[in-house]
Design a binder for this molecule. Structure first.
Ligand SMILES: CCCCCCCCCCCCCCCCCCCCCC(=O)SCCNC(=O)CCNC(=O)[C@H](O)C(C)(C)COP(=O)(O)OP(=O)(O)OC[C@H]1O[C@@H](n2cnc3c(N)ncnc32)[C@H](O)[C@@H]1OP(=O)(O)O
Ligand SMILES: NC(=O)C1=CN([C@@H]2O[C@H](COP(=O)(O)OP(=O)(O)OC[C@H]3O[C@@H](n4cnc5c(N)ncnc54)[C@H](OP(=O)(O)O)[C@@H]3O)[C@@H](O)[C@H]2O)C=CC1
Length: 515
């Protein structure tokens, strides 16, 4: 019997960010392993014209939840969506809902955040710092609360090289920042933002670091733990391999590479690619929830959910495997044949951007214009290159994250829990994982049918022929121009032609002698 699964039985669990990538996998696992849990409260806002109920319905009817419905047929009754906007005061939760949350919640998983690297400082602080403080205040009024699990990121201290499982202080107190944002106007805030974030690469990682400080300062006598995942990737095993549902992080790049838009990347091939499967993170979250509630550690423990120090993979190995998978399982209607050129050199990277990215986009847009269609490739390419530039910081460096607490927790689990809530990344086979990942991107993100693979392969063959034809034509044009304008080129041309002629004559003569 799993102790962790039993712990969540009969519990009321509050999840923020349940409609996000991590949140959905967390809910799925909870329902599947503890179908006797009492209720999961999720704080949701209406979005993209959908009401809360429609959003919940869509999630529960997705492929991700197929297994849950077998184990927990009344899952619809066990999920209670509460209207909330985390960027508002008191989260805009109604009095009745707030009362229910305060009196019933046993465990909180705080996943909600803005993960955009380019968000405004005001919005990122509201979501990643102020909302965390507000939730902690709520938690302090919950008599039945047993554990508060805060999800941060392994990159919250990416201005350091070696990162321990401790909370590091930020140069400016979060409270001072929250207070000043109340009276400063947006223009001034954006002006001071670069000075505040100092050596953090973006507002996201900086505000996540502030969020951790808030957790430390406002923890009161709550049982709190912080989990820091690195780059969260598709599912490894559960509920099935390769599940993904957004274009963040590696996913967007895999699409761009598979469709042949992105063929070169400014990345350090030997830098560690610290990906962690989302189900591994979720298993750790559930184990930490149990451990924090049952063992009540004296201080706030931080757990790293990273792969680099236990089972490292580098960007080169990852790129090679991604490309190998594209060979077997190509994406449909590719723009060019997939190719991966990793370079850490600035000049080479600029060169590849011009030759491999911008030039083909411009040429294709000219073709669209000439055929009376609206040009779109340059815009798309600019968008991809902008995204790549935002991710570059993370693919050109390696970090060392210590994992003492995570390993300690692993050793505390029973063999059954180690199996059901496996977060031992040492067992991960990267090649298999990456293949399933690419397949998952094709199936669940691009919604491409496997039956289209032969046609996709044919399309790639056509692209290869066009590529050869284009290169040959280009070579001939350049050569013709050179011959017309340069004596040296004419001499070289004369030399080659006479050499070929002599060679052919010799060949013909020797074959005549043999006869
Ligand atoms: C050479 C070839 C190589 C081949 C081999 C490849 C091997 C594999 C290599 C793997 C390398 C991995 C490196 C990962 C490093 C991650 C580090 C993370 C570290 C921290 C982790 C964390 O702790 S935490 C989560 C991370 N947090 C994000 O990762 C958000 C980032 N991101 C944004 O901060 C915004 O994204 C940003 C960028 C501002 C743009 O912002 P933006 O406004 O310009 O664009 P948007 O994102 O809004 O997208 C506008 C619309 O384009 C749609 N779209 C976007 N990309 C699309 C696409 N590729 N295909 C189709 N559609 C796409 C999208 O769906 C929207 O569509 P719609 O408007 O309809 O919704
Ligand atoms: N994905 C990754 O690579 C990593 C993620 N993390 C952390 O994990 C956590 C979850 O990330 P992930 O699932 O990937 O992110 P997503 O962007 O997929 O999900 C974010 C969630 O936060 C919710 N949210 C955002 N703003 C509000 C708001 N104003 N009111 C209510 N809810 C809001 C979103 O709701 P809605 O659907 O309405 O937008 C969504 O459910 C975050 O804390 C992130 O920092 C850490 C390391 C890596």
């Amino acid at each position: 019997m799993s102790m962790i699964a039993a712990f969540y039985g009969g519990k009321s669990i509050l999840i923020t960010g349940a409609t996000g990538f991590l949140g959905k996998v967390l809910m799925e696992k909870l329902f599947r392993t503890s179908p006797d849990l009492k209720v999961i409260y999720i704080l949701v806002r209406p979005k993209a014209g959908q009401t809360l109920q429609q959003r919940v319905f869509q999630i529960l009817n997705s492929k991700l939840f197929e297994k849950v419905k077998e184990v927990c047929p009344n899952v619809h009754e066990k999920i209670r969506a509460i209207y909330a906007d985390l960027s508002q005061n008191d989260f805009a939760i109604s009095k009745e809902d707030m009362q229910e949350l305060l009196s019933c919640t046993n465990v909180i998983f705080h996943c909600a955040a803005t993960v955009r690297f380019d968000d405004t400082l005001r919005h990122a602080v509201q979501l990643n710092v102020t909302a965390t403080r507000q939730l902690l205040l709520m938690a302090s009024q919950m008599p039945k609360l047993e554990a508060f699990i805060h999800i941060s990121t392994a990159y919250s201290n990416c201005n350091l090289k070696h990162i321990d499982e401790v909370i590091y202080p930020c140069p400016v107190e979060p409270k001072k920042i929250i207070d000043s944002l109340e009276w400063l106007d947006d223009a001034i805030i954006e002006e001071i933002a670069p000075k505040l974030i100092r050596d953090w690469p973006n507002i996201y990682t900086y505000t996540k670091a502030l969020g951790e400080m808030v957790v430390q300062q406002e923890s009161r006598n709550l049982n709190i733990a912080i989990i820091r995942p690195s780059i969260v990737g598709a599912t490894w095993q559960e509920p099935f391999p390769g599940w993904v549902d957004n274009v963040n992080g590696p996913n967007g790049l895999i699409i761009a590479a598979g469709k042949g838009f992105l063929r070169a990347l400014k990345a350090t091939p030997k830098a560690v690619a610290d990906l962690i499967p989302v189900d591994t993170v979720v298993n750790l979250m559930l184990a930490v929830g149990w451990y924090t509630a049952v063992h009540r550690p004296k201080s706030t423990l931080v757990y790293h959910s990273t792969s680099g120090n236990l089972n490292p993979c580098n960007w080169h190995k990852m790129g090679v495997q991604v490309l190998a998978t594209f060979e077997k399982i190509p994406f449909e209607r590719a723009f060019r044949r997939p190719y991966a050129n990793f370079t850490s050199n600035n000049f080479t990277s600029q060169y590849w951007n011009a030759v491999s990215h911008r030039a083909p986009a411009i040429i294709y847009d000219c073709y669209l214009r000439l055929t009376g269609r609206k040009p779109r490739m340059t815009k798309l390419m600019n968008q991809i290159l902008r995204t790549v530039s935002m991710l570059e910081y993370f693919i050109n460096r390696s970090w060392e994250w210590s994992t003492y607490n995570t390993e300690m927790l692993m050793s505390e689990l029973s063999p059954e829990d180690q199996r059901v809530f496996n977060f031992d990344v040492r067992q991960l086979n990267w090649l298999e994982y990456i293949e399933n990942y690419v397949l998952g991107v094709k199936k669940y993100l691009l919604k491409e049918d496997m039956a289209g693979i032969p046609e996709a392969k044919q399309h790639l063959k056509r692209l290869r022929n066009i590529h050869y034809l284009f290169n040959t034509a280009l070579f001939l044009i350049v050569w013709r121009l050179l011959i017309a304008r340069s004596q040296m080129a004419r001499n070289v041309w004369f030399f080659i032609v006479s050499f070929c002629y002599k060679f052919l004559s010799y060949f013909r003569a020797s074959s005549t002698l043999k006869v």
